[in-house]
Every structure is written in C-alpha cells, then in structure tokens.
Ligand binder design. Structure first.
Ligand code: NIG
Ligand code: FE
Length: 419
C-alpha cells in the first residue's frame, strides 16, 4: 500500500497523549497549524508543519488535500447498546407524558420488550441492523464503538449478540470493543429470582471469556434492577477471569454504584445523573473515567450530569451516545457531542478530548488510538470546519468531510464509502 499523505491541514488537533485528562486538564489540547500527516501501513509515521506536497510529489504516494480544514482524531463512542432488534416508539408517548423509565421496565416494557425482539431475531438480522447502524455512525465520524450485550439475557442469546459484534468488528471498518452486560435486567423466567440470575450470569462469564467475546463486564446497578452486592459478586468473578469493568451507575438514583470504583478497578462509571457529592469525590480519587451520556438526559427529560462539579473535583470525563432503543434512540454522534456543549456546558476542546483521548482509555485502546501521533493508528477525520467551535455551534449539519481508518479513506463526502 503506498503511503497516504494528508496535507494542507489548517489545524491538526490532539497530537500528544500524556495520559487521561483529569479535571481542568480536559480543557487543554496540543495542536499544530498548517500541518500534514504521513501514514504508512495502518499507522502514522510522521506529523509536521509546512509544505510536504512538493517534497513527495514524484513518489508513489496517495495525496489527500484537506483543503485548509481542521483534522481531529476519530471519535470513540464508548457506551452503546449497538446490537438489538426492533424499536420502542410505542413507549415514546408514555415517556413524553411523564411515565417514569423504571415504571415502564417494571411493567414488562422497556428493556424486556427489546429482549423479546432480540431473542426472536436471527444472527443475520442482527448483523444487518448492526451493519447499517455502524454505517450511520461512521458518517458522523465514529471510528470505534463499544457495544454491550444485554438484550439476550440467556446464554444462547447473549452469545448471539456478542458473536454478531465480533463478526461486525471483522467486517466493518469501525472497530468494536465488546462488553458483556447479561446483568442488564432480570428476564421474565427469573422473576423473583434475581440472585439466581446473577449466579447464572457468573456461570456464563467463563464461556464468554474462553471464546474471546468480551473485554469488559458491565451491570445495570440501579434501584429495582440490581443492587450493589449483586454487582460486587459479579465483578469479583469477572476480575478473576481477567475482564475489565464498567458500570451503569446513578442513572436514576445514587445507590452507591459509582462508589464501587473504590473497591474494584473500574475503567469507567457510566451515566452519573444522580451522583452525590461524596460519590464524585470517590471517583476523583481513582483513575476511573466518568462516562457521561447527555443524549439520555435529553431523551428522558432528566437533568444533565454535573460535569463541572466533577471537573472541579478532578474527575476524568468521557462522553458517549448510550445508543439503545429505549432511553437513547439516537446514533448521531455529532448531536451527542453538541449536547455535551449545550447540556453538560463543556467547551469544544473539553468535548473533543472527552470523545478521543479520554475515550481511548475508557475502551482500553489508548496505545492505538485517541491521538494523532507517530506510532498510533492512522485513525482521524477531516472536518468541513475552519475552526472547532463551528462544529458545535452549527447543529443539524453533517460536518464530516473524510474519515481515515487504518490509513484507508473509508468515507469521502464527495464519493461516499470507500473499501
Ligand atoms: O443505558 N439503563 C440501562 N440501559 C440502557 C437503556 C436500555 C433500554 O432502555 O433498552 C441505558 O440507558
Ligand atoms: Fe447504557
């Protein structure tokens, strides 16, 4: 494969990985102006400033003119429920009228209605839905996606979801990091037997690990769903098997879920709409990343997470879509980032760091992606923007000009999807 040289970049953002950006450090980013990037095989071999076009114009090189626009690392969507069947528009009106999310779940709707549809769907159906959703995400600049199971809730269907994710990871240019979330809800056949269900989730763990189907283990730890002790039990076993940990915490009530980062090495704590002051302080002490999901607040008409309180306490923040058919039926990541500004009151630089460098740590891929620097994967976007602020200010417009993944131009606004 000839080298790919992207040149004529007005500003190249995110060129230095100096670790997770905690607290107010989230608002700092390194960049160079009038920049170029040289890619070889799937990696970046050089970045710099000045006119590179002339120097290489006689060589067998593919040139891509950034047309004096800005370039950023590929976006990482670190919390999604990508693999699912069906939709839940029938609950939408109830939600608008104010029926609480947990009441819909209690009455057999919500997650359980998606479980029914996902169980009924074949591998191929789930694969095709997932593929289409990934295409749409790529169009919004997402090059890496975390994808949870959790709509199977039995061994056969949890395996099916995770195998679909694995196959999509092989076939689609977007990379997928899989998370085992069997502890997402109690399936109907285990009604009033939650502890037994958790025991079975633990039994299935080994098979998931042996088949290399997940990197992370997650649980929906919430009032009326699973409690902190059930999370402890699951996490202890998952850790023994070498899985890394994430948790759905404080989405509706703070029942101590995010505090588990003190006992376990949690990579991320996700949601945090209802997180108390004490819990924020506990997260700040650890290297755990607070993964905030602003679209879910928007869609459930809930208050947004207190991002600034977290930043003041020196917490590291990441932002993700939570894409799922219930609380966040949206896979438009540009909108999610814009809601990070409007809802979480974060600055453009803070949000860019949240979805690139910090998110790369959140999916344990920081050695490969998250910044544009020598030795990392060539995974970046040319935005149709003269400055970063415009990306956030101008909503409802697709700002993606080119997507480069592993040195391949996988999307070009003029030509569509590449190979
Ligand atoms: O992260 N809260 C739990 N899980 C998802 C919602 C899943 C659904 O409603 O289907 C979430 O919001
Ligand atoms: Fe979620």
């Amino acid at each position: 494969m000839p080298k790919l040289i992207v040149y004529n970049i007005r500003r190249l953002y995110g060129i230095n990985d100096s670790g997770i950006k905690k607290g107010h450090n989230l608002n700092s980013i390194d960049y160079i102006d009038d920049a170029y990037i040289i890619c070889e095989d799937d990696k970046i071999i050089e970045i710099g400033s000045g006119d590179i076009y002339k120097k290489y114009s006689n060589e067998n090189v593919t040139f891509l003119d950034a047309e004096n626009k800005i370039v950023v690392p590929g976006f990482i969507d670190g919390h999604t429920h990508l693999i699912h069947a069906g939709s839940r528009e029938h609950e939408f009106i109830d939600k608008i009228k104010g029926v609480p999310y947990l009441d819909i779940l209690k009455n057999g709707g919500g997650i359980l209605s998606t479980v029914k549809k996902t169980r009924e769907a074949s591998f191929e159906e789930l694969y095709n839905i997932g593929y289409e959703n990934l295409n749409e995400m790529l169009l919004n600049g997402v090059t890496t996606v975390e994808a949870k199971s959790g709509y199977g809730l039995d061994l056969e269907n949890e395996l099916k979801q995770l195998r679909v994710a694995k196959k999509l990871n092989e076939d689609h240019p977007v990379d997928i990091i899989s998370t085992y979330l069997a502890a997402h809800a109690t399936p109907l056949e285990y009604t009033d037997r939650k502890d037994e269900y958790i025991d079975d989730c633990i039994k299935w763990l080994k098979l998931i690990k042996d088949n290399d189907l997940a990197i992370f283990c997650d649980i929906f730890c919430e009032e009326g769903v699973f409690d902190v002790n059930q999370a402890r039990k699951l996490f202890s076993e998952a850790l023994k098997l070498g899985l890394k940990l994430k948790i759905h915490a404080d989405e509706i009530y703070d029942i101590g879920a995010s505090r588990l980062c003190e006992e376990f090495k949690l990579t991320t704590v996700d949601h945090l709409l209802a997180t108390s002051k004490e819990s924020i302080k506990a997260i700040a002490k650890m290297n755990t990343i607070a993964n905030l999901l602003p679209f879910t607040s928007f869609s459930l008409s809930k208050p947004y997470a207190r991002a600034y309180k977290m930043i003041d306490e020196n917490v590291a923040i990441e932002i993700s879509s939570d894409f799922n058919p219930g609380s966040a039926p949206n896979n438009n990541f540009e909108l999610v980032m814009q809601l990070g500004a409007i809802g979480l009151k974060l600055t453009p630089v803070e949000i860019l760091n949240a979805v690139t460098i910090n998110a790369s740590y959140g999916v344990d891929k920081n050695k490969e992606i998250g910044t544009i620097e020598k030795g990392k994967k060539a995974d970046f976007l040319i935005l149709n923007c003269d400055n970063l602020e415009y990306f956030f200010y101008r909503m409802g417009k697709n700002h993606i000009k080119h997507v480069i993944k592993d040195s391949i131009i996988v999307y070009d606004k003029q030509k569509g999807f590449g190979k």
